[in-house]
Write a new protein. Structure first.
Length: 265
């Protein structure tokens, strides 16, 4: 753990030597529901990870995240110091989306309501086969305000409708079939699978990762026309090369007969 916060135990942080940081939601008795104090601490932790190449986001106990803590009173009065707008649930999603690190969600258990939003805002996601993902809001007479749009932007219309209109949960295997996560593995192998994935991603250039993540969020969400997308791709490549010499070094190595990580024939 680095840094200090009176709420440090709500979100656990471990930095690995290779640029990978594990961020663990740590309210297991509340299924890692995010009250104001936990959201505030998560923002602090994300700020501490600005130099990480990869962030692995997971939960402690039987849940990944049960979304916002609905037992907290409307004022959010938990004794937490005054906050900025980043600590709202929308603000947390935006912090993850705009963070320079690649975010990998490791869904270890229940991901309900707003917890499923974290899956869709993560850049990559691996779920335990046993995970339970769902949106219970319809049972409360509500449309899932954040989880609904997040799913509708990331999976097919009929699959999003199933989650929203039936309030039934899907497991990690189904989430992988639906494209909501990249892969599903037994819970016993989740940590090592995610660590291996993070290690691979962290082996690439920091600037290339940061700008490629930005491109993945921009195309096609904001840029969908073919010529504009190709033009934006050129812009991204120029930004990478302005911050890093990894491309020129890699090209020189390729021309001399060496292969960098991930290169094909």
């Amino acid at each position: 753990m680095t840094g200090f916060s009176e709420n440090a135990d709500l979100i656990l942080l471990e930095h690995r030597d290779n640029g990978v940081s594990w961020v663990t939601l740590n309210r297991p008795s509340k299924r890692n529901a995010m009250n104001l104090a936990a959201r505030t601490r998560l923002i602090e932790v994300l700020d501490e990870c600005r130099q990480s190449k990869v962030i692995i986001l997971t939960g402690n106990g039987p849940a990944f995240c049960a979304g916002v803590d609905l037992t907290e009173d409307a004022s959010g009065n938990t004794g937490t110091a005054e906050l900025d707008g980043r600590s709202t649930w929308v603000g947390v999603q935006n912090e993850l989306r705009n963070h320079p690190s690649v975010v990998i969600a490791a869904i270890n258990g229940f991901a309900l309501g707003g917890g499923s939003t974290l899956i869709n805002v993560a850049d990559l996601a691996v779920a335990a086969d046993e995970a339970q993902i769902g949106m219970p809001e319809m049972g409360f007479g509500l449309y899932p305000t954040l989880a609904g749009p997040a799913a509708q932007l990331r999976i097919s219309r009929k699959r999003a409708a199933w989650l929203i209109l039936t309030a039934q949960r899907i497991n990690g295997t189904t989430a992988a079939d639906w494209g909501m996560v990249n892969a599903s593995v037994p819970l016993s192998g989740l940590a090592i699978t995610v660590q291996e994935l993070a290690d691979r991603v962290a082996g690439f250039d920091r600037a290339a990762l940061k700008w490629s993540k930005r491109a993945l969020w921009t195309i096609p969400d904001e840029v969908s026309q073919w010529d504009s997308a190709l033009e934006y791709g050129e812009h991204i490549s120029k930004q990478i090369q302005s911050e890093s010499d990894a491309f020129s070094a890699g090209l020189a190595g390729f021309r001399s007969g060496q292969r960098s990580q991930g290169q094909g024939v």
